[in-house]
Design a protein. Structure first.
Length: 278
């Protein structure tokens, strides 16, 4: 299974070179055979693009694309979701606040256990370093509200770092969130539409270089809009957008075996018999 890691980046010259290098090295050490690291340059005015392009010239598994349309976290991630080439995708932050060890953990979940891999920074086994106190309070209130509306066990919807099989991304489109509200749109749609998921503890560390582009005062109404949009789908559409009842998660090795068997059957069925040649 090929995994794509989409990294939205805007003016991350102080972080991005180290982020992609450490991530690549850890994926190699973890024995993940096929992957791509796809950086989305979201209108950077610093040296983010040439730094990643230089990494690409050394390792073709690292790619960078430029979002020349509207800018914002959601726009950048959506652009990356339109351009990744893997069988599954993980959204990862350019400031390396997410742990590369958890990327490997997500990979094996998506390969063997569930359609979606969700991490939580607030369950037993998780580790959080230097989370701003005020943002932490807002985070816990927002996540509590989401849990109550949908009656779900996940307690960290607003964390951007999540993973999905490619068919989940296809089944949840179109995405409409232009900013950080995309962090709740994708997982909520995936759950409401019947995709399986597994929640695991993860590590998170506040950035050391640069500043976060998340502005709480600007995002509140956007989060509410996204939350209510998916909630009304959940309440009113009678599963119109839900995956087919017969569809279920299948481990990747089984999918490959089924594909091989279908190909073999098709090849045998297409060959003329000896009798037809006489």
């Amino acid at each position: 299974m090929k995994i794509s890691i989409v990294i939205p980046a805007r003016n991350e010259a102080g972080n991005i070179e180290k982020t992609v290098a450490i991530l690549r090295d850890h994926l190699d050490i973890s024995g993940i055979p096929t992957f791509e690291i796809l950086v989305v340059d979201d209108g950077s005015t610093d040296t983010t693009y040439p730094l990643v392009q230089a990494e690409h010239e050394k390792d073709s598994r690292i790619r960078i694309v430029q979002n020349n349309g509207k800018h914002g976290y959601g726009y950048a991630v959506r652009f990356g979701l339109d351009h990744f080439t893997g069988d599954a995708v993980i959204v990862y932050m350019a400031d390396a606040s997410d742990a590369p060890e958890d990327v490997a953990k997500y990979y094996y979940i998506l390969r063997d256990e569930a359609d979606c891999a969700f991490g939580s920074r607030f369950i037993r086994g998780s580790r959080v370093h230097n989370y701003p106190h005020f943002k932490l309070i807002i985070n816990r209130i927002a996540n509590f509200m989401i849990r109550m509306l949908f009656w779900l066990p996940l307690n960290d919807f607003t964390n951007a770092f999540k993973g999905y099989r490619a068919d989940v991304i296809k089944g949840c489109q179109p995405f409409i969130s232009p900013h950080f509200n995309l962090t709740i749109e994708i997982p909520l749609k995936a759950i409401v539409r019947g995709y399986s998921y597994k929640v695991v503890p993860i590590s998170w560390r506040n950035r050391n270089i640069g500043v976060s582009h998340l502005k709480l005062k600007e995002q509140g109404s956007r989060y509410l809009f996204t939350l209510l949009t998916v909630w009304f789908e959940y309440l009113l559409t009678r599963n119109d957008y839900r995956r087919d009842v017969g569809e279920k998660f299948t481990p990747w090795d089984e999918l490959e075996q089924q594909k091989s068997e279908r190909l073999s059957t098709s090849t045998l069925g297409g060959e003329p018999s000896n009798a037809s040649l006489m």
